[in-house]
Design a protein around this ligand. Sequence first.
Ligand code: 5GP
Ligand code: ZN
Length: 116
Amino acid sequence: MNECIFCKIATGEIPCDKLYEDDDVVAFSDINPAAPVHILIIPKKHLPTLNDIDDKNAHLIAKMHLVAKELAHAKKISAGGYRIIINCNSDAGQEVFHLHLHLLGGKPLGPMIACR
Ligand code: 5GP
Ligand code: ZN
């Protein structure tokens, strides 16, 4: 049985504030936003992390970025700017192990998070 929360969001089993959907990806508002605009873009296919991307599914990464660009335009943050983040595994703080892209914007985001 698949207990993945983002798989359940993708199938509609768990509700979300859905902003976009096609055959490959779903985009929805983050439940705990870190910026005025904080959208998650996921592939419908269950891939735990970016490490699971290969030649066969790499088109999903392109699609996720294209959807991010379109949603940034729709949310009127394209000109001001925005940040895209994919956390991969524990050192990056990944909490949900279903690949997702964060689209963040709507205010000056400051320097990139500390890596020191
Ligand atoms: P990660 O740290 O794995 O890169 O990010 C996981 C993100 O998923 C977090 O920003 C968290 O707020 C968000 N999140 C976790 N559970 C849910 C949920 O049930 N619904 C929505 N919309 N976002 C969620
Ligand atoms: Zn999943």
